[in-house]
Every structure is written in structure tokens, then in C-alpha cells.
Design a protein around this ligand. Structure first.
Ligand code: MIC
Ligand code: SF4
Length: 644
């Protein structure tokens, strides 16, 4: 039996375990990336491990999320990351150099290699045939130290692309179609591989738009073959030597296959408040809009920007619309400036932001009350934009530009022929904003600078013999890590200050939660299906740990979040019978008898509701390694014990 693309890469990087779907496997990681909002924690954890120099082929720290500090906090974090990376052998991409995934794709991603990043959109690198996976900061720290990265061996989903995209239909519409078919839980436990004749018609940045938003399917990763198009891209980036051909074997077996006819695709939009709530733009056309934001790691490539510039050239943004544009990288920004396209954008009334995440993570540009905002981003979770009642729609750059001019939702295919956008044969290469670390022998010359906002990391405890506590919070399906630990201008500055962050935990769902949890000394959380989807932020585990959360019971969990819970010693358990969810309510007194014993070796435990006498069977899907981590009270304790 042949191998899929991902199976080939996994096979070449397998450190332990068998490649059997559902079993834990350990992988060697070639490259890591971090961004500033998760990076401070990752490097604090790396330092706590006491390893002098990174052991990966390449590790890069990007500053892109929190780039316009309103106080000293972020600036201090940036300085910490800059100095700690210089000392320990990590490259530092300075603020202004661009969004981690876009820059990594341009300058570092390589076919056939493995990459983990403390950011859920790390699969963007799958556009170049690299196995990129999002992970918690602690997992990235371990990988930087040369440690193994553990995942559950995924099943393989194939999406066959046939035909060719029509004018004004973009790569974003392809992934929105996949989201329409599979939904936000459809990729859980799977790697999505793209194949078929249609692949050849898509450029690497277009492919990367598709693999980027595979994160919204809940997939472990998404990947494209590495072919002549990949070679051309690498050549244009001045690194053709990184090219390796990679495709799946003819007789590779997939667990599920879907076909999308690119020629038949129409512009699509993900409606509030979920990336899989997909409708045709034609159905929405005519709806008044208030804001358009173009950019993010999903759609900020040169190709996206040139398309938008060509559509806006000589036009004026509608008076009722505020349009922001954030190019993805310094490379894109400089080239836009040099070719004159930037002037077309400015002239049309676009408000040009720096190349960073910006509005995507709620760092400014929050829409007006109940405002309709069209964004080329990847997430439209409730309140993520910073405005609680905003209506955010995820669209392609083509739909965004057409609608910005018209002032109403507009299907760009009604505009006639699309402008012809010519991509440059070579990109402008200048890595002057990537700082190299000092040599190993000089590391003592670097002093790591730590600001007062950097507070100690909470450390977990071994599980109680019998767990007796209150059901402190009950939430529904598809709870995202943005619900658990919101971001945005008010909260993001405190990513290295867990006590302060705890004041915002779960406030999107229940504004009294932090106070209650503190008063009661924590408890257990009950969630629905797909608990913890979205961002990789380990703060969504660290902060509940700080607030005394001992276990989370849910119908099912998202991959990265469950790994983060275990890393910080919070026990994840699923309801064997999802209907039992109804028998438990906030404030109920709970008991799990033999809790520690169950964590140590049992697959099941009984949750007793002492308030109403009902009970439920819980499943513990844990590898023996994960059980040991939980028994030690988290990965940091476990690693220390291992070292002894
Ligand atoms: C996001 O898009 O939600 C983020 C912000 O990039 C996160 C990381 C974070 O919370 O810092 C992600 O996707 O992992
Ligand atoms: Fe940044 Fe948004 Fe991409 Fe997250 S999804 S890395 S916030 S641009």
C-alpha cells in the first residue's frame, strides 16, 4: 500500500509509535516558529528547561500580533523575546517584518520537512508541501530543545480539485467550500491533502490560503504536493535549492475523498459567527456594510494585494465603508510600494496598516455597534473583532474589494472581466529585519531583559485521590479558545501576566466567571462538542489552571487545546453518553471517586452529581505518557522528574 504526502513526511520523522490511526506517535521537528502573543510563555518555558541552545534546524521568533503597544507591557515582552532568542540560537523577526506565517512561507518553509508553531495557523506552510502543525508554547519549547512532538496519528482526507477558478473567484472560496462541506469539526483527527489536476492551477500563496484555513476545520494539518509551481515559487524567493518534489503514491489510501470543481465555484462568505456558516455571496448581495478589512495570514500575499489594488485603481471606497489593508510582509509591502500599487490603494481611500495581524486579533479596527464587517481573515468568532455585537463575514479579497467600493455586499463575478494581475518573476529579497542569534560560545554576553509584566507561570499539582468540587461553568458546543481566553487590545498586553489575564477568562460567556472561580477555589467545567477549537493559545489552559480548574468534561475536544490541558495538568474527560450533558448544571456538587486512580490507568471514571443524584460515565482517552504528565501535575513537573 502506498503513502499519502503526510504519511511520507511522518514516516521520515517518526521517533516512536506506530503509524496506526488514533494511536500516539512521536515526531522529530525540523523547524519551529513562535509569535509574540504566545512566544513569551514559550521562551519562559524553554528557559525553565535549562537547555542552552536550540537543537532544531531552524527556529524563528516573530513579532506580529501585539505590535502597537499602548503601554510598556508589549514593548517589554518584545525586548524579552529579542534577547532570549539572541542568546539561545533563535532567529528574531523584528516587528515590521510581517505576519509569521506569510514570512515563514516566503523565507523558510521547505517541502518534506516538519514545522510546529505556537500558532494554530502554522499549517499555512502546507502550501509548500511542509507538514506544519499548530501547538501550545510548551510543546514548541520542548521541540526547540530537541524533544519529540507527540500527536495522535491522523486519518487522511483527500480533496480532489478539478477545473480552474473563474475570474473573481479566489482560493478563499475553495477553503470556504471545504468548510461548507466538512464543518468546523470535520477535520478533527485528520490531515487534509489536496490533489487532482486543479492543483497545478493554484500558486503557492493560493495553496497557503487553503492550508491556512484548514485550522478552521479542526484538522491536524493540511498539505499540497510540492511540484513545478512550488519550484517556481522557491525560485522567485531565491531559494530553488530548497525544492524537493513530493506527491502521494498512486495507491495511497485515504479515509475519505471529496471532489471540488474549481470551475463551478462561486464567491462564498462565512456568516456570523462561525467559519463554517457558509453562504453564496450572491444570496447576501445588497446588504449594507460598514467595514472591510483585507489582510491576515490567510490573504495578504502579493497576489492578493495586487488583485485588490487592480480592483480599487481609479475608484473610491464607498463613504459608508472604512477599508483597512494590511500587507502580509515587508516583502509584499515593499514590492507594492515599488510597483505603484500601494498608491492605487491609498488613492482609493484604503487605510493602510502595518504588516501585522492587526484587526484579525482585535488589535484595533473594531467595527461600529452592530456593524457589518467583511474580512479576508480566517475567524469570525463572537466578539473577536472587539465589538460584541458586530456581524463579521469572512470573504475573499475579490469580494472584499468589490463590496468596499459598492458599500453593499457585492458578488465580484457580476463586475465583468477581472483585471489581469501579473505576478513578478522574482520577489524582492531583503532579510535585514531578521536578526541572527549570537554564536553558542558568545551566549554569555547576552543579558536577557525581563520587564515587570512578566509574571511566574502557574504550575499544576498531582490530581486529588477523589475529586470533589462544584460544576463551576457549563458551556455549549464549539467553544473557542477566544471564549475561554479572549484577546484584543485590552487583554493581549497581559499574555505574560497570568494573574491579570485571569480577570478576562470566559467573560465572553459569563462575565462573573473569574470572580466566582476565585471565590470557590475553582472546580470542573462542562463543555459541549469540539471544546477548545481555534487558537493554540495555551493561556486557555494556563489561566483556568490558575483559577483552580481541575478537570474539563466535554462531549469532545479540539486537538491543540486538549494537548494544552494535559501539559498544564488539567484532566480532559469526555462523556461516554453525550445526553448525560443535560443532567449536570452550573452550581451542582460533583464527585469523581478514584479520580487519581482513573488518571493513572483506567479508561473510564464515574462522575456523580451529588445535587440531583444522577451520574455519568466519563472516558479518559490518554496515552501512558499523557497519564504520567497528569500524575506529575503537568509537563514542566514531568520534565523535571524525567531529568532527575
Ligand atoms: C489567532 O489567530 O487566534 C492567534 C491569535 O493567532 C492564535 C494565537 C494566539 O492566541 O496568540 C492562534 O491562532 O493560535
Ligand atoms: Fe495573526 Fe490572525 Fe493569522 Fe492569528 S489568524 S496569526 S491573529 S493574522
Amino acid at each position: 500500500m502506498g503513502y499519502t504526502i503526510a504519511q511520507k513526511i511522518i514516516k521520515n520523522h517518526l521517533v516512536c509509535g506506530e503509524m496506526t490511526v488514533g494511536k500516539e506517535i512521536g515526531l522529530k521537528i525540523d523547524q519551529t516558529l513562535t509569535q509574540d502573543a504566545t512566544g513569551t510563555m514559550a521562551y519562559l518555558q524553554f528557559e525553565a528547561m535549562g537547555i542552552d541552545r536550540v537543537k532544531t534546524e531552524l527556529s524563528v521568533a516573530y513579532i506580529d500580533h501585539n505590535t502597537l503597544p499602548a503601554g510598556f507591557e508589549n514593548a517589554d515582552d518584545h525586548r524579552y523575546i529579542q534577547t532570549v532568542t539572541k542568546k539561545h540560537g533563535i532567529r528574531f523577526s523584528r516587528p515590521g517584518n510581517g505576519i509569521c506565517h506569510q514570512v515563514h512561507l516566503e523565507r523558510f518553509a521547505k517541502p518534506c520537512k516538519t514545522l510546529i508553531g505556537s500558532d494554530s495557523h502554522t499549517p499555512t506552510a502546507g502550501g509548500i508541501g511542509m507538514l506544519g502543525m499548530g501547538a501550545g508554547g510548551l510543546d514548541v519549547a520542548v521541540a526547540m530543545g530537541g524533544g519529540t512532538y507527540y500527536i495522535t496519528m491522523p486519518k487522511m482526507i483527500k480533496v480532489n480539485l478539478v477545473g480552474k477558478l473563474s475570474d473573481y473567484v479566489g482560493a478563499k472560496d475553495v477553503i470556504l467550500e471545504v468548510l461548507r462541506i466538512l464543518g468546523v469539526k470535520g477535520g478533527v483527527g485528520a490531515i487534509v491533502e489536496y490533489g487532482g489536476e486543479g492543483v497545478k492551477t493554484l500558486s503557492v500563496p493560493q495553496r497557503a490560503t487553503i492550508t491556512n484555513m484548514g485550522a478552521e476545520l479542526g484538522a491536524t494539518s493540511s498539505i499540497f504536493p510540492s511540484d513545478e509551481v512550488t519550484r517556481e515559487f522557491l525560485k522567485a524567493e531565491g531559494r530553488e535549492e530548497d525544492y524537493i518534489e513530493l506527491s502521494s503514491d498512486q495507491d495511497a489510501v485515504f479515509d475519505a475523498e471529496y471532489t471540488i470543481d474549481l470551475s463551478a465555484l462561486k464567491p462564498l462568505a462565512a456568516c456570523p459567527h462561525s467559519p463554517d456558516n457558509v453562504k453564496a455571496v450572491a444570496e447576501l448581495s445588497g446588504m449594507p456594510i460598514h467595514q472591510v478589512c483585507i489582510g491576515s495570514c490567510t490573504n495578504s500575499s502579493m497576489q492578493d494585494m495586487l488583485t485588490v489594488a487592480a480592483m480599487l485603481k481609479g475608484k473610491t471606497v464607498h463613504p459608508s465603508v472604512s477599508l483597512s489593508i494590511s500587507p502580509g510582509s515587508k516583502q509584499v509591502y515593499t514590492m507594492l510600494a515599488e510597483c505603484g500599487a500601494l498608491a492605487d490603494l491609498i488613492n482609493a481611500g484604503a487605510r493602510i496598516l502595518e504588516c501585522a495581524c492587526g484587526p484579525c486579533i482585535g488589535m484595533g479596527f473594531s467595527p461600529q455597534s452592530a456593524g457589518v464587517s467583511l474580512r479576508t481573515f480566517n475567524r469570525n468568532f463572537l466578539a473577536r473583532s472587539g465589538t460584541a455585537d458586530a456581524q463579521v463575514y469572512l470573504v475573499s479579497p475579490e469580494t472584499a474589494a468589490a463590496s468596499a467600493i459598492a458599500g453593499v455586499f457585492t458578488d465580484p463575478t457580476t463586475l465583468g472581466n477581472a483585471p489581469c494581475v501579473k505576478m513578478p518573476k522574482a520577489f524582492k529579497i531583503n532579510d535585514n529585519l531578521i536578526e541572527m542569534p549570537v554564536k553558542a560560545e558568545d551566549m554569555d554576553s547576552v543579558t536577557v531583559e525581563r520587564g515587570p509584566n512578566i509574571k511566574p507561570i502557574p504550575v499544576g499539582k498531582a490530581p486529588d485521590k477523589n475529586l470533589q468540587c462544584e460544576l463551576i461553568l457549563k458551556v455549549g458546543d464549539d467553544i473557542t479558545t477566544d471564549h475561554i481566553m479572549p484577546a484584543g487590545t485590552k487583554v493581549l498586553p497581559y499574555r505574560s501576566n497570568v494573574p491579570k489575564l485571569s480577570e478576562f477568562c470566559f467573560t465572553v460567556c459569563d462575565k462573573d466567571f473569574p470572580e466566582r472561580a476565585k471565590k470557590k477555589g475553582g472546580g470542573v467545567i462542562l463543555g459541549g462538542a469540539n471544546y477548545g477549537q481555534g487558537s493554540s493559545r495555551e493561556h486557555a489552559a494556563l489561566v483556568p489552571l490558575y483559577l483552580g480548574i481541575k478537570a474539563v468534561v466535554a462531549k469532545s475536544f479540539a486537538r491543540i487545546h486538549v494537548a494544552n490541558l494535559i501539559n498544564f495538568g488539567i484532566v480532559p474527560m469526555t462523556l461516554v453518553n453525550p445526553e448525560d450533558y443535560e443532567n449536570f448544571n452550573e452550581g451542582d456538587c460533583l464527585e469523581i471517586q478514584g479520580f487519581a486512580e482513573a488518571v493513572a490507568g483506567k479508561d473510564e471514571a464515574t462522575l456523580v452529581n451529588k445535587t440531583n443524584g444522577k451520574s455519568a460515565t466519563l472516558k479518559l482517552t490518554l496515552s501512558s505518557r499523557q497519564r504520567e504528565i497528569l500524575l506529575a501535575g503537568g509537563r514542566l513537573n514531568y520534565t523535571k522528574q524525567e531529568k532527575k
